[in-house]
Design a protein around this ligand. Structure first.
Ligand code: FMN
Length: 331
């Protein structure tokens, strides 16, 4: 993809916009598909979905694709806020565009955004088991506030609801693994060509171990590179991210809320990992809806807790030049 200008002759605003697009590439995405594209113009960032990266079988409605793109959008917004820019965001302004983020001028120092932007490169999906220490109520309340600020909601799964979560996640995982089309899609995204910069390599997958809620097996057959550790998720909190409706615009906002949740958790020192098995198939998703007593539509389950000290290898990322197109004219 071509850029029509070089870094040095660009308007400073274009440089900030491009930097925000680059920061957003750290965002989490389903199967690490990174299903987004950015276009940088003189005063705006345009976000598009990359339909070739949608999981046709696992995510036929595009729910997880939109959540992933929403997470990238929030990363970019945080980056711009931390760099001192005020923006307006138009979501789904036309059918080909997920969002247009326009800079409107300098903004006051945004300390919370500074905290979140620091968390962007440190955040990882930590699939290992978390320790016994519970997540304090006050921290869970801050995670809930971060999600509400993005127009979505968070339900902390109660102890009496844990069996329902564990059973629906386990059954969903079993049903998917029994489906050859799912296995083929999983294989495709866990065996990427060298240098693709995407997918879930065995080095970031975790070997099976007893867990309160089963984890997706990214290396069926046993090639996972990481040990789950010595813990059993006893202190982990399981959170259901949900919203008021089940349609693309709401999923995009849900993705922004997911990013807010995960970056806030990272800033708090917590480990976090999304679990989407239970929302991928219609019947377990209904069970999640029942678990929410019908107050909203479930988007994703997220486990948070105190992870092992040893650092995790970063998941691969696509090259910025393959994802970001700069079309701003030189000064
Ligand atoms: C919508 C969505 C669904 C995800 N579902 C799962 C999941 O079911 N299990 C899991 O271990 N990770 C899941 N992830 C995490 C991704 O696999 C992870 O973001 C990606 O591999 C990149 O790694 P990173 O988050 O460490 O940067 C999900 C992420 C998103 C955004």
């Amino acid at each position: 993809m071509n850029s029509s200008s070089t870094r040095t002759d660009q308007d400073p605003r274009v440089r900030v916009l491009e930097a925000a697009a680059r920061q957003s590439l750290h965002a989490p995405s389903v199967f690490n598909t990174q299903p987004w594209r950015w276009r940088v113009t003189t005063d705006a960032l345009e976000l598009r979905a990359d339909p070739d990266r949608q999981l046709a079988h696992t995510d036929p409605d595009g729910r997880l694709l939109m959540l992933s793109c929403g997470a990238a959008l929030h990363h970019a917004r945080v980056s711009l806020a931390a760099a001192g820019w005020a923006v307006t965001v138009e979501r789904l302004p036309d059918p080909s565009l997920l969002a247009r983020v326009r800079t409107t001028g300098p903004a006051d120092l945004d300390v919370p955004a500074g905290r979140l932007v620091d968390a962007i490169p440190r955040r990882r999906t930590d699939r290992r088991a978390y320790g016994d220490r519970p997540v304090p109520e006050a921290v869970l309340a801050r995670l809930g506030d971060a999600v509400e600020a993005e127009g979505a909601h968070l339900h902390v799964v109660r102890p009496d609801q844990m069996p329902m979560l564990a059973v629906s996640t386990g059954r969903a995982a079993d049903a998917e693994l029994a489906d050859p089309a799912y296995r083929q899609e999983l294989h495709r995204w866990t065996h990427r060509p060298a240098g693709s910069g995407d997918g879930v390599p065995a080095a970031t997958a975790v070997r099976p171990s007893p867990r309160r809620v089963p984890l997706r097996d990214y290396a069926p057959g046993g090639a996972a590179g990481l040990s789950a550790g010595t813990d059993f998720d006893r202190g982990a909190a399981y959170l259901i991210l949900f919203g008021d409706s089940d349609e693309p615009a709401a999923w995009l906002r849900g993705g922004e809320a997911l990013s807010a949740l995960l970056l806030t958790a990272t800033a708090e020192g917590l480990a976090g990992a999304p679990l989407s098995d239970a929302v991928e198939l219609a019947w377990p998703r209904r069970m999640m809806r029942d678990l929410l007593a019908g107050i909203g539509d479930p988007y994703l389950v997220v486990r948070v807790g105190w992870g092992p000290d040893a650092e995790l290898p970063p998941a691969p990322r696509r090259a910025p030049a393959d994802v970001i197109e700069v079309v701003a004219a030189p000064r």
